[in-house]
Design a protein around this ligand. Structure first.
Ligand SMILES: [Zn+2]
Length: 452
């Protein structure tokens, strides 16, 4: 029996019972097995039907494996499919090119492209939605012409997987409580900082979702719109048509907004308008490209923002990274690091910060774990399974405000934020997660050592 159902399934009306379809399709251990079974049954179906089934199957497996992106790549001989899982690409399928299945055409059509790629280079971006396992999965598609043919990247946006609730981001109870108060501020601006792929967009969406009610007008400016949220007015920046960040923001301000999300601030105009509107009764969330929370202030100085404007409009800044969670199936308990290695590790830190980090590392009652290098089937041999955030939250207070007005350096602001604002750095928050056995010290060091 073909795995997608018996022959007379075709005559039955389409049921919204997608659950069964899902279970049928992912009964194989791997996408490769599913693909082979599909090919063996090809005498019974036309190629396009198989391509439709294959594209569905790829998405079903992507969801099952918690992939964030699916890469479908033309290579010289093969068509390769890779999944990005917890930030790392894995080969999941490699089939001969000119394969029997018009797979890329199928995905092109779903994305709203012409079935055949354009003969001259053109940037193509599309999106479609698919019901998988009773969940509406949004897929954003980008096509890229390589010398071997087309490469398609499908960003899979699964709301359940994204964890669009503040509770799912990985914050400790105290940070979470503060963030829930921040999003209820009547006005002011709050910055989220972190590198690409640090989860900051997900955090911003979770914050907006937390306050999304009919009573307030929430407008976003994004590039690109990552995920569509019900009840929120999202708009897409388009430099070509003149809908730039600053122009977009001026337009938004004429739309009677309560809360504004500005995807990114990278120029003086956008920064200036954002901070001024935060002073005049609007609440803004935005991201900015800096290595940690305190350096947000220096970044704004560099853009030419006057200290008084910052000091009076800023609620705070939060930096974040994603760390891989250690696999619960195959990881092992580990001893705390010895004094000598701790001293070696903190050698390059600011002495004030080093002292706190050392205390955290050697405090008793830690549940440190190490990843199993060989991994297990559960974690695809990586030793890690899933990811969670680590956070560095700096709230504006009188002490920091004074430093801002003094035009102080990031180092000074950071020190004041730790000593007077009880700020926990990314490293400190990461160590707490390692102490709890959620992740490993090696992973925390790897992630926090990366500069932007
Ligand atoms: Zn494992």
């Amino acid at each position: 029996m073909p795995f997608w159902g018996q022959k007379d399934d075709a005559n039955k009306p389409q049921q919204p019972d997608q659950q069964n379809v899902q279970n049928e399709a992912v009964k194989f251990n791997s996408l490769e097995e599913a693909y082979n079974s599909l090919l063996n049954s090809k005498i019974k179906s036309p190629a396009i039907d198989l391509a439709i089934k294959m594209s569905d199957m790829i998405l079903e497996y992507a969801i099952k494996e918690r992939a964030s992106d699916v890469h479908i790549e033309s290579q010289s001989q093969n068509l390769r499919v890779r999944f990005r899982i917890d930030g790392i690409l894995h080969d999941v399928l490699s089939v001969p090119k000119n394969s029997q299945l018009p797979l890329t055409q199928r995905i092109r059509v779903l994305s709203g492209f012409d079935p055949e790629p354009p003969s001259t280079y053109r940037n193509e971006e599309g999106r479609f939605q698919k019901l998988i396992n009773n969940r509406a999965i949004q897929v954003r598609v980008s096509s890229f012409p390589t010398i071997n043919g087309e490469k398609l990247v499908l960003r899979v946006l699964d709301k359940a997987q994204l964890g669009l609730d503040i509770e799912q981001l990985g914050m400790d109870a105290e940070t979470m409580a503060i963030i829930k108060r921040v999003v209820r501020n009547p006005y002011g601006i709050f910055f989220i900082t972190g590198s690409t792929g640090s989860g900051k967009t997900t955090t911003m969406y979770a914050m907006l979702k937390n306050i999304n009610t009919p009573a307030i007008n929430i407008i976003t400016l994004e590039d690109p719109v990552e995920y569509r949220l019900e009840g929120i007015n999202q708009s897409q920046i388009n430099i070509k048509t003149g809908f730039t960040w600053s122009e977009g923001l001026r337009t938004v301000l004429r739309q009677d907004p309560d809360v504004i999300m500005v995807g990114e601030i990278r120029d003086y105009d956008t920064a200036e308008i954002s901070l001024r509107s935060a002073l005049t009764g609007h609440l803004l969330f935005t991201t900015i490209h800096t290595i940690n929370a305190p350096s947000t202030i220096e970044r704004l100085f560099e853009m030419g923002i006057p200290p008084f404007l910052m000091a009076s409009s800023m609620i705070g800044a939060m930096s974040q990274r994603l760390v891989r969670k250690v696999c619960p199936k195959c990881s092992k308990r580990a001893a705390p690091p010895g004094e000598a290695s701790v001293n070696e590790f903190i050698r390059n830190l600011d002495p004030f910060e080093a002292k706190i980090v050392k205390e955290l590392l050697i405090q008793p009652n830690a549940e440190y774990r190490v990843a199993n290098e060989d991994g297990c089937p559960e974690c695809r041999g990586t030793g890690y399974l899933g990811r969670t955030g680590i956070f560095e939250l700096m709230l504006m207070n009188e002490d920091i405000r004074r430093e801002v007005l003094n035009h102080s350096t990031t180092d000074v602001i950071k020190k004041v934020a730790i000593s007077k604002g009880r700020m926990r750095t990314l490293l400190m928050d990461g160590i707490l997660k390692a102490r709890a056995g959620v992740t490993t010290l090696a992973e925390v060091i790897r992630v926090t050592a990366t500069m932007v």
